[in-house]
Design a protein around this ligand. Sequence first.
Ligand SMILES: O=P(O)(O)OC[C@H]1O[C@H](O[C@H]2O[C@H](CO)[C@@H](O)[C@H](O)[C@H]2O)[C@H](O)[C@@H](O)[C@@H]1O
Length: 276
Amino acid sequence: MKLLFSNAGAERLDQSVSGRMLCAFDFDGTLAPIVAVPDEARLPDNIRMLLEQIAQHAPIAIITGRSVDDISRRLGFQPDYVVGNHGLEGVPGWEDLAAEHEHACAGWRRQLDQAARGTDWDPGIQLEDKRFSLSVHYRQAEDVARCTRALESVFAKLEPQPRVVGGKYVYNLLMQDRCHKGSALSRLMELSGAKSALYVGDDVTDEDVFRMRRPDILSIRIEPSADSAADYFLPHPRDILRLLEELIARLQAARASNWLREKGDRNDGGNDNGRS
Ligand SMILES: O=P(O)(O)OC[C@H]1O[C@H](O[C@H]2O[C@H](CO)[C@@H](O)[C@H](O)[C@H]2O)[C@H](O)[C@@H](O)[C@@H]1O
């Protein structure tokens, strides 16, 4: 994993921007600062304004663990693609897969509600039912170690067995299938005709993108981690601002140089016409 703000990182950014690039971002911990209460997460105005500028030059996708309804209320602008539930919800063409996920999720919800009536259940646990996946938050747990042990033993008994992916004081319960943030991003690249993509994320479910190690995807993690498969990292969450500004500068320069090239082609054409 390399520092993005380095010569190698700058070259890699130049390379990605030179083609038709899809800019994709995770939300919590990437665009929006992490806060103690999930419902209080907000997209800062300065980040939204930079995203709107990027949208003038390149398609934008938000690929989040939140539901599409939830994230859409938080953005304040309309990206080209909004994908929720860790890649399942909102991907054009995948609508038929949703029913199975919804059914499994409702079953887990019932089983967890029953477990919550037991004495081992920490009152700080918060269930976020996102219809196609569940997030079990334990940030407010009275005893985090005890709570995670108890939750893991409950998850082991769930039917059908979910794919349990950890995160920032959260367990995400997902269907065991091929729908994840990585496959969603690949599908969006096909749909948009992108030649390259940039993806920025901060958490465990973002590793589904990073792990693909596609040479045409520039993968960037917020903060370094020895366990991450991302190519590059930003040292601190606040550095997302610098990354967005650097992207805008490159996208504007690429547009200017394309325009100059087009103008040159037109002039050449004019001269040819004059000669013939
Ligand atoms: O894929 P993401 O956009 O990063 O979403 C991942 C989960 O984010 C939210 O939970 C996390 O952020 C909360 C607000 O900062 C924080 O309180 C919580 O501890 C984090 O786990 C969201 O609530 C989940 O639905 C997302 O799956």
